[in-house]
Design a protein around this ligand. Structure first.
Ligand SMILES: Nc1nc2c(ncn2[C@@H]2O[C@H](COP(=O)(O)OP(=O)(O)OP(=O)(O)O)[C@@H](O)[C@H]2O)c(=O)[nH]1
Length: 346
């Protein structure tokens, strides 16, 4: 399958709970060459937005503020318009002045509607593609935020990369406990500890094309050749029963079966289907394909340049709320003839 969408502009969604260090990170990022031609879209929540004042972009960086409300609800139309118009608005003499976009959400935003806009709004998806969701989690307050705020869980659950901030201010045990919690919540996401927003911009590029090794070590089970393996994941008793379900398939998937499975998955999608991320080995295709889903939006498979970790097998991660493992497990018969070797807890 050739991917004609390759030339689309990559969009990074930077989210994270209030005060978790998004602006601090952004200030560091835009000073680095890899992000110097980024268009930064900052969302303010309510009338007292300060982020754009705290954000001190380098002079090459183009910045747009969306301040009429929370990105995840009222501003969604604005975001669509801003992205669509940015292509000519930030052009000089016919040359686009940016080659990637970073959207910083407000700390209380559920990132899902923003991802829908990037993945599915037709006039946006034609020019832009999701490069990844990066979520900052405060090492000091992260566990409490996850415990109390569904927005914080949604932000962590939808991440491709989790950046644990303020590790200078928290003791090692607290950081380790948070990392373990995050692995249970979202084993597909990479994790990295940072201080004062310091990280090489290159480490943040294309996180959506990878599935973290934690997915494969989340359980002690060994993949059986040809048998899908469901790894036990988050057994923590969240009040909204957010669960990660990981499936490893060692046999390539037939394209016709994939199409049927995707159609079925689409029918299951909705508000409780927080995230699907799958790197798929498709029969007779040397390169893997990635599929992203967020709530009711499913993006068609997009071919990747290479295998994220060299293993030529399929890894599927579902993060759901109040969804029985059996419902997901039942869909596997559309993809493979084997029965799952194990089932996630809960
Ligand atoms: N000690 C320490 N403080 C940090 C670190 N990163 C950010 N901070 C501080 O945490 C506070 C909040 O950081 P911001 O970058 O404004 O957080 P934010 O996520 O943009 O906040 P909102 O806009 O409210 O959602 C600021 O006082 C930062 O200086 C860190 O790694 N270590």
């Amino acid at each position: 399958m050739t991917d004609s969408r390759h030339q689309r502009i990559p969009v990074t969604v930077l989210t994270g709970f209030l005060g978790s260090g998004k602006t601090t990170l952004l200030n560091q990022l835009v000073r680095q060459p890899a992000m110097s031609r980024a268009l930064v879209i900052i969302n303010e929540f309510g009338d007292i937005g300060l982020d754009h004042q705290l954000f001190s972009a380098s002079h090459e960086t183009q910045v747009v503020e969306l301040s009429s409300g929370c990105l995840c609800c009222a501003v969604r139309g604005d975001l669509t318009r801003t992205l669509r118009d940015s292509v000519w608005r930030f052009s000089r003499e016919g040359q686009r002045q940016f080659d990637r976009v970073i959207i910083e959400t407000s700390g209380l935003a559920d990132p899902a509607p923003i991802l829908h806009t990037v993945l599915a709004a037709q006039r946006v998806a034609r020019h832009f593609r999701l490069d990844g969701v990066i979520t900052t989690i405060d090492a000091l307050h992260g566990e409490a935020s996850l415990e109390r705020h569904p927005e914080a869980r949604a932000q962590a659950g939808m991440a491709d990369l989790l950046l644990i901030t303020k590790t200078d201010a928290a003791d090692d045990e607290r950081v380790t406990a948070l990392q373990q919690r995050l692995t249970r919540l979202n084993p597909a996401a990479g994790q990295q500890c940072i201080r004062d927003g310091m990280i090489a911009a290159e480490a943040l590029l294309a996180p959506a094309a990878a599935i973290a090794p934690a997915t494969r070590v989340a359980g002690s089970l060994t993949p059986v050749r040809g048998a899908p393996l469901m790894l036990p994941s988050d057994d923590h008793a969240h009040d909204d029963r957010t669960r990660a379900h990981c499936i490893v398939l060692t046999e390539p998937i037939e394209r016709s079966r994939l199409a049927r499975w995707l159609a079925h998955i689409e029918s299951l999608m909705g508000p409780d289907f927080l995230r699907l991320k799958a790197v798929l080995a498709i029969a007779d295709e040397p390169r893997p394909s990635v599929v992203h889903g967020v709530q009711h939006t499913l993006q068609p498979p997009r071919q990747l340049e290479d295998w994220p970790d060299g293993r030529q097998q399929s890894t599927l991660v579902f993060i759901t709320r109040e969804m029985a493992a059996e419902r997901l497990e039942a869909t596997l018969s559309l993809l493979t003839d084997e029965r799952p070797a194990a089932r996630p807890q809960g």
